[in-house]
Write a protein that binds this ligand. Structure first.
Ligand SMILES: Cc1cc2nc3c(=O)[nH]c(=O)nc-3n(C[C@H](O)[C@H](O)[C@H](O)COP(=O)(O)O)c2cc1C
Length: 217
């Protein structure tokens, strides 16, 4: 517990979430992993919210296009797809070249190891310091199969996945070291590497190269 600000970050691991991929499209197909989807109102007036980091390209594109889809990931989803959509940006990478998807009303929606999808129209944006809350109306929804949806807890406990610094649920890894040991921290996912970094090293957790590692003093 951090006594200065009275926030025990572990409390956020006790809140239940799913794991989703939010997708949208302007000049290219864009998308990212989120866990922060909440249903706000019922099936007669279906409103949801999602929280998106201000630096995420998906945030920028939904602001412009006002339309997005949410694919609900099944437990059987390939962890590599979560890595691609959750640890790299659509600014630099075409995330869709390695996944199976179809287009629904001009928006790409994943169609393998996905339980179903929602198509949403933006209603409002509530700004907070680091993340914005996108309030949206569900205009179409489809259940694709009876696969089991992945929970955030399943992602951590069974898939052994993690979240990058840009995710609201990110929890910093504690550094334990003796003074003569080099310590490097990945600026994308917070992975801590002990010892020197060799040429060609890549992050075992999120896959970025050594230029994204910062040496701790
Ligand atoms: C399990 C998991 C959960 C995540 N949850 C969120 C989230 O709720 N909101 C968010 O902004 N980013 C979240 N992220 C991080 C984004 O997916 C990540 O920053 C992504 O690279 C953004 O891509 P973009 O720049 O193409 O939008 C999550 C990542 C993972 C792996």
């Amino acid at each position: 517990m951090n006594e200065e600000n009275l926030i025990d970050k572990n409390i956020f691991r006790l809140i239940s979430y799913g794991v989703y991929i939010v997708t949208c499209q302007d000049t290219k197909k864009v998308g990212c992993v989120i866990n922060t989807l909440t249903q706000v109102s019922g099936t007669q007036n279906p409103i949801i919210t999602i929280s998106l980091n201000k630096n995420n390209y998906t945030n920028e594109v939904i602001r412009k296009t006002k339309k997005f889809a949410v694919s609900i990931l099944a437990e059987s989803m390939n962890p590599q797809v979560i890595k691609t959509f959750g640890f790299s940006s659509s600014r630099e990478q075409d995330k869709f070249e390695s996944v199976s998807y179809e287009e629904v009303e001009g928006i790409p929606v994943l169609n393998e190891q996905v339980c179903g999808y929602l198509l949403c129209e933006l209603v409002d944006i509530v700004e907070t310091e680091t993340h914005d809350l996108f309030v949206a109306r569900v205009v179409r929804s489809t259940v694709l199969n009876d696969l089991k949806p992945m929970t955030y807890q399943y992602y951590h406990d069974v898939v052994k996945g993690s979240a990058p610094k840009s995710a609201p649920s990110y929890v910093e890894e504690a550094i334990t070291t003796s003074q003569d040991q080099e310590v490097w921290v990945c600026e994308v996912c917070g992975y801590v590497h002990y010892g020197p970094i060799e040429e060609g090293f890549t992050c075992p957790r999120c896959g970025v190269d050594q230029s994204h590692f910062q040496k701790q003093s």
